[in-house]
Design a protein around this ligand. Sequence first.
Ligand SMILES: [Zn+2]
Ligand SMILES: [Zn+2]
Ligand SMILES: [Zn+2]
Length: 152
Amino acid sequence: MLRPLSRYNNKVAEKNEIRNLGLRLTPQRELVLNAVRELGHATPEEVAEKVRQVHPGINLSTVYRNLETLENVGLVLHTHLGHGGATYHASEELTHLHLVCSVCGSIGDAPITAAASFVQGLLDDYGFHTDVTHFAITGTCENCSETINKIS
Ligand SMILES: [Zn+2]
Ligand SMILES: [Zn+2]
Ligand SMILES: [Zn+2]
């Protein structure tokens, strides 16, 4: 599908996108959004640390507030990779499953289509619309599985 703003450069498209959503692109919000984009996946603490490199005065609650605003207009999304709080990623990344290894802690991703039959089954049998992206899938990664198999 053609993106309507593809003839503009990303920076311009992004500013228009935010303006269209009725959200003023404050310098702080732009810093927070760019930090999430650069980090790929980041907790609010990691975002704050990144933003402080250019804006030393910013406090954590401001970062939380900005992340919330950006999430409300769909520019960032959050997921839970463990027992703790939210980890953010930019919403222009394709929606993906998060695969967290409980042995080494690595985070992999898989296309959402990998869960298609699971999602369809829950819809067919229970009428339930499943969001498989909000929480991570935990297990043992390929590397760790091989190591464990060698030992046993
Ligand atoms: Zn959540
Ligand atoms: Zn992600
Ligand atoms: Zn592992």
